[in-house]
Ligand binder design. Structure first.
Ligand code: COA
Length: 159
C-alpha cells in the first residue's frame, strides 16, 4: 500500500509520540546537554503532539506511522521520519507538504531550527534548498519551562 500524508488523529498520537521520541534521542542525545535529554520523555512528546495536533501531518503506510511534520506559522517546527524510512525520500515528501502549507498561509520565507551538530538533518535541509542563515540560541519548550540551546537557523524562500 502506498504512503499517505494525513492529519494527525487522536488515535495515532501514541505511535507518533513514540516515533518522535525515538527520533529525537537518535539525533540529539549525543549533541545536546544531558539535562535537556532527560526532559525529553515519551510523555513530553505526547503532550506536545496533543497541543499541536491541528498543524501536524503524518506519513502513514498500512496504518503504521512513518513520519511527522509540525508547522507553526512560518516555521517547520518538527521534522522526523522513523529509522526505517530514513534515506527513502519520504522526508522530502513530508517537508514539501509542510513548505506548501506555509506558502499557502501567505508566507514568502520559511524557517526552522536545527540543533548545532545534527549534521544529517543539516545535509537533508541543504539538499532541499534550505540555507543555513546563522547560529543562534533559542529557548525550547519543556515541561519544566524553556531550555536554551544553540541552533542553526535554516531559511528557505518559497516560490
Ligand atoms: C532529518 C531527517 C528527517 C532527514 O531525512 P532522511 O531520509 O534521513 O534524509 P536523506 O537521507 O534524504 O538525507 C540525509 C543526508 O545526510 C547524509 N548523512 C547521513 N548521515 C550523515 C552524517 N552523520 N553527517 C552528515 N551527513 C549525513 C546522507 O548521506 C544524506 O545525504 P546524501 O543524499 O547527499 O547522501 C531524518 O534523518 C530524521 O528523521 N532524523 C532524526 C530526527 C531529526 O534529526 N530531525 C530533524 C530535527 S532538526
Amino acid at each position: 500500500m502506498s504512503i499517505e500524508i494525513i492529519e494527525l488523529s487522536t488515535d495515532l498520537i501514541p505511535p507518533t509520540a513514540e516515533l518522535w521520541h525515538a527520533g529525537w534521542h537518535d539525533a540529539h542525545a549525543a549533541i545536546v546537554p544531558d539535562e535537556l535529554t532527560e526532559l525529553r520523555t515519551l510523555d513530553s512528546f505526547a503532550t506536545r503532539l496533543k497541543k499541536y495536533a491541528a498543524t501536524t501531518r503524518i506519513a502513514v503506510r498500512d496504518g503504521q506511522v512513518l513520519g511527522l511534520c509540525v508547522v507553526l506559522k512560518d516555521e517547520i517546527n518538527q521534522m522526523y521520519v522513523s529509522a526505517q524510512a530514513r534515506g527513502t525520500g519520504l522526508a522530502a515528501d513530508l517537508i514539501q507538504n509542510g513548505e506548501l502549507r506555509i506558502r499557502d498561509a501567505g508566507h514568502e520565507t520559511a524557517w526552522l531550527a536545527c540543533a548545532v551538530g545534527n549534521d544529517r538533518a543539516a545535509r537533508f535541509y541543504e539538499k532541499r534548498g534550505w540555507v543555513n542563515a546563522r547560529t543562534e540560541t533559542l529557548r525550547f519548550e519543556t515541561q519544566d519551562g524553556s531550555y536554551p540551546l544553540e541552533i542553526w537557523r535554516f531559511e528557505k524562500t518559497l516560490n
